[in-house]
Every structure is written in C-alpha cells, then in structure tokens.
Design a protein around this ligand. Sequence first.
Ligand code: SF4
Length: 283
Amino acid sequence: MANPCALPTLADPPSEQDLASLPKLEKRIFRRVGEAIGTYNLIAHGDRILVGLSGGKDSWALLDVLTSLQKRAPVKFEISCITVDPGFPAFNPDRIAEVCEQRGLPHNVLGAPIDELVRQRPDATPCIICSRLRRGLLYSYAKQHGFTKIALGHHLDDLLETLLLNLFFGGKLATMPVRLTSDDGANTVIRPLATCEEEDLRRFTWLKGYPIVPCGCPLCACSVLESRRKQTKVLIEQLQGSIPQIKASMLKAMSNVKNSHLLDLKLGALTAMGVDEAVERLG
Ligand code: SF4
C-alpha cells in the first residue's frame, strides 16, 4: 500500500491523468457505501439526516456521497449539515459554510468551549473531554431539531485502528459501530463510510476539489490518544507490506465473530462450557 504521506498533497491541483481515475474510484466508494447502507439498514424513507461536517476529507466525502445518493435513491431523505466549532483560534468554519451555501445545503455552526475546557483541565485526557462534548452537542441538537439520524464520516481505517486500540489499551473487543442507537433511544448514529479505505477518501476529496479545513487543535500531534492511534495506523501499514489483504481480513473478522471461541461468559462461553456451569459462575 502506498504511504499516505507519499500521496500528492491536497494543495496540489490534480492533473488530467489524475482526474481520469475519478470514475473508477467513485464507483468503488459508492459500491461500498451502498452495501453498508443495505446491510445495516442505515437510511430509511423519510429520514432527516444531520451530517457532521468538520471540513476534513472524510466529512466532505460523506457529504458528497450522501447528496449524490439523495438524487438517485428510490427512498427520499433530507440532509442538513452541522459543524462543531471547538473554539481553537486556528479553526475557521467560513469556507465550509460557503461550500454548503453554493450547493444549497442547510448548514449550521455549533460553538463548543472545547479549547477553553481542554486548557482548564490539563490533568484529564483532553480527547475524551473533546469527544464527549462533541457527541453531547450533536445528540442534543439532533433531538431538538427532529433529525432521525446523525451521519459521521468514520471510515474503515478508523474502525480497524479503534479495534486495535481497544484490544491493546482498553481490554475489550469493540470498534465503532456502523449504526448505533443512543442509550435513551433518542439518537441514531450512522457511519456510511465504514467500509471505505481512508486513502480512497483522501484521493476522492482531492480530485473533487473540496477545501480541507484544518481543525486547528494544538493537541492533534501530541495527545496520548492521538499518538496511540498513529501507532496502530503505522502497525497496520507495516503489516500490510507482508499481508496485503490485512484490512479486508480484519473487516471480515469484525462481521464474523465466534462468540463460543472467546472468553466472555455473557456470550459464547455459555455454550462452550455448558449453560448450567456458566450460569453458576455468573452468580
Ligand atoms: S486531538 Fe482531536 S480529539 Fe483530541 S482534543 Fe484535539 S480535536 Fe479533540
């Protein structure tokens, strides 16, 4: 696999030859998104979908795919965009708003005191505070405005890295779900790009000319969580050199869980050891 750092920078305009690769790439991304939508029942007729639009490559790819699907899908659904402004001085959502306006898409910016809170609590893991705040804001906005789904731009590499992060550092087997209903049942989060590779999305948004808006977070390069995530990304890339199909195999494994061959008494261990003994152990 090509090193993502070796790809042309997003600032370089694509050549004619680069642009010629767009139809094939687009077809692959749309096929994967279509399969994910069908398999996990992500979009239904009458849905009002709130798209989390950070201005990063993944969120632009998500918006592009959903707006294209909206035009040709047999089911009718509505799209609206939301950008969380974390208050980092270097973050500017104006360009995001401009693109949405040009495309006639409703767009709102939600201010969040993430910069302030992260600075006030240097002891706490800042990324945890940040993601809880963002999630809380999106959930309450969606609920308040009657959105039936919140669409996020996480992709296959995010899912694989999260799986390894949980395995190596969190002591659990779990990743980001493709579809998740919140504990109170009020919100449903969907991740239509869950089976698309990051490299494809990076190239797609570059070829389509979307403006990449930096998040402006001073911790992106140095927080503990971010550096662990980079570590797992590098690990997968290194392994891919000798196991080219590693991502496809990991993706398949996530949808092919053998409960009985794990050690969780709440799941398969019940059948492996016999119900009576397992119930006794669970108390
Ligand atoms: S690195 Fe990302 S998750 Fe962590 S505080 Fe910054 S913006 Fe939030």
